[in-house]
Design a protein. Structure first.
Length: 174
């Protein structure tokens, strides 16, 4: 039997690695003022997995942004944005009805847009409205559409039962 802490550490590392690899692999669309950061589609999974996903996506953003060339503001800003967005979404949606999941995902979109759009507009020397719009459009695609599909696929009873066979009980994580 694996301990809960071992599973949590493993999940955190896996989430961080997958997030960072997706960002770096898709660098041409991940590091601009107008971006679709496909890795952000993973953010709604924090509602299912809790702290391992929250910490993993935050560390993953920090590591990924090391490769972006925008410096410490982007490295720390992206990590902070992911941490706040996933934590708030997890708190809003956990142990509630399905409608609250949509609220949590909406919160992620808004928070990522406000935080990342603000500092990217500064870094690129663009008006704030341009920075916010660029991130908002990409966040709607990545988090709102792809992330919602991913979340509802992984939260199906069939997938949850399969994960339970491997020692990961998502029902107990909430």
């Amino acid at each position: 039997m694996r301990s809960k802490s071992t599973i949590d550490v493993t999940l955190t590392v896996v989430f961080a690695a997958v997030y960072a690899i997706c960002v770096v692999f898709l660098a041409p669309i991940s590091f601009q003022l107008f971006q679709v950061r496909v890795a952000d589609a993973l953010l709604p999974l924090a509602i299912l997995f809790g702290w391992p996903a929250i910490l993993g996506f935050s560390v993953g953003a920090f590591v990924a942004n090391l490769f972006g060339g925008l410096g410490p503001i982007d490295m720390f800003g992206g990590a902070i944005a992911n941490f706040i967005a996933t934590f708030v979404a997890w708190r809003v949606a956990r142990q509630r009805e399905r409608a609250w999941v949509f609220v949590g995902i909406g919160v992620e979109i808004v928070l990522v847009t406000l935080i990342v759009g603000s500092y990217l507009s500064y870094l690129f020397g663009m008006p704030l409205a341009v920075g916010l719009l660029g991130i908002l459009l990409g966040s709607i695609i990545a988090i709102g559409i792809i992330g919602s599909l991913l979340f509802f696929t992984l939260s199906s009873e069939r997938v949850i039962a399969m994960l339970r066979r491997y020692g990961l009980d998502l029902k107990k994580r909430k």
